[in-house]
Design a protein around this ligand. Structure first.
Ligand code: FES
Length: 116
């Protein structure tokens, strides 16, 4: 799903400095649960917090480069695209992030998008 910038609600998640490198943080907004990561490069990534296999909590997964490994059965998910890596299949939703005055914001689709 492609969401335009003006269709997003920016939600302040956490101060950038409070995020540990390669350690997931769960952020909730309007029934959505997001896994937020600060990679070793300093880049931010945010994805749906539930694995498409059997709902493993991805914020608890092990991060390696730009991937997170699901804590339940080790499926490998590419953080920028949300794609589950072969030989497994599936994908998770990705979210836009931005940094403003030291705080991390996550762009959630407006309510009607979430419902659809
Ligand atoms: S629940 Fe994630 S790999 Fe099974």
């Amino acid at each position: 799903m492609i969401v335009k910038e003006e269709q997003l609600v920016w939600v302040k998640a956490v101060a950038y400095e409070e995020l540990a490198v390669n350690t997931g943080r769960t952020v909730r907004y309007c029934g959505e649960e997001v896994a937020l990561f600060k990679l070793s490069s300093g880049k931010l990534q945010a994805i749906q917090n539930r694995c498409p296999h059997k709902d493993g909590v991805l914020a608890e997964g092990i991060v390696c480069d730009e991937h997170v490994f699901c804590p339940l059965h080790d499926r490998k998910i590419h953080l920028p695209s949300g794609l589950v890596q072969l030989p497994d299949t599936g994908c998770v939703r990705t979210y836009t992030t931005k940094l403003e005055q030291g705080d991390v914001y996550i762009g959630f689709p407006k309510a009607q998008e979430l419902a659809g």
